[in-house]
Design a protein around this ligand. Structure first.
Ligand code: GS8
Length: 219
């Protein structure tokens, strides 16, 4: 059966990069529609009326929202190639746990680094690095989070790599110095075409952030 796949996204969004990687892993052709989040399209508002956020995957006319749910959906629909979720139920639960940790803790503290100042910002920076160290511990000596094969947690986390240089430049710390094994993992992921072609260029992320900071009046 041929299927029609459309992805509503935004180039620099880490959430938007996740389905791009998953679709590339599966070798699925799709139409990509770039959203201007300052002026959302009627299709986005119609397809994700609850959150009004990207990414949204539209498969044969039906929307699927929330990046991690989209990645799981892609993995289930196109299950014959490059499985992303472990087949063991316990490992699957663990993969979901770490992806949820990335969204709540890594993204949460990462966001606070931008919107706070002074002591609060220092606390957010510390929490961010602590979270990265926890992830580094979970990775251990494995090439990928699920062991030998690139999988769900890698898809959930690797988009942050595009943002690392912007964090480092603007907030004056070195992730490489704090988490060398995690950086080695990121570079390993970048050797995969599916990742390299889906991640935003760090310079474009930096430009985007400078403009956003100006617009929101954040230092
Ligand atoms: C988060 C999506 C999101 O925040 C997911 O898909 O995993 N939990 C969701 N998307 C942002 C762009 S990335 O910062 C977005 O669409 N923002 C527009 C808005 O909030 O108005």
């Amino acid at each position: 059966m041929t299927s029609e796949v459309v992805l509503l996204g935004a180039y620099v969004s880490g959430f938007g990069m996740r389905p791009r990687i998953a679709l590339a892993e599966k070798g699925i052709q799709y139409e990509s529609k770039e959203e201007d989040l300052g002026n959302k399209s009627s299709i986005l508002l119609q397809m994700n009326p609850i959150h009004k956020t990207i990414p949204v995957l539209i498969h044969n006319g039906k929307p699927i929202c929330e990046s991690l749910i989209i990645v799981e959906y892609i993995d289930e629909v196109w299950k014959d190639k490059s499985p992303l979720m472990p087949s063991d139920p316990y490992k699957r639960a663990q993969a979901r746990f770490w992806a949820d940790f990335i969204d709540k803790k890594v993204y949460g503290s990462g966001r606070r680094i931008w919107v706070t100042k002074g002591e609060e910002q220092e606390a957010a920076k510390k929490e961010f690095i602590d979270c990265l160290k926890l992830l580094e511990g979970e990775l251990g000596d494995n090439p990928y989070f699920n062991g030998e094969n690139f999988g769900f947690v890698d898809v959930a986390f690797i988009p942050f790599y595009s943002w690392f240089p912007t964090f480092e430049k603007c907030r004056n710390f070195s992730i490489e110095a704090e988490c060398p094994k995690l950086m080695a993992w990121a570079k390993r992921c970048m050797q995969k075409d599916s990742v390299a072609k889906s991640l935003a260029e760090p310079d474009k992320v930096y430009d985007y952030l400078l403009k956003l900071k100006q617009r929101l009046g954040i230092a």
